[in-house]
Write a protein of this length. Structure first.
Length: 49
């Protein structure tokens, strides 16, 4: 990997921080899994139904 110029790194770091601040707090892994399960079940029901 080529080394980046410090200014560029600073910009990137600032952008990442901004993104993190803006984004909603992540759902916990379990909640995500539950949601996924629910979605797949809904899809299966739709296919059968």
């Amino acid at each position: 990997m080529t080394r980046q110029k410090p200014e560029k790194l600073e910009k990137r770091a600032a952008a990442l921080r901004e993104n993190l601040r803006r984004r909603k707090p992540k759902a916990s892994g379990d909640a995500k899994k539950a949601q996924k399960k629910k979605n797949t079940k809904r899809n299966e029901d739709g296919k059968d139904g």
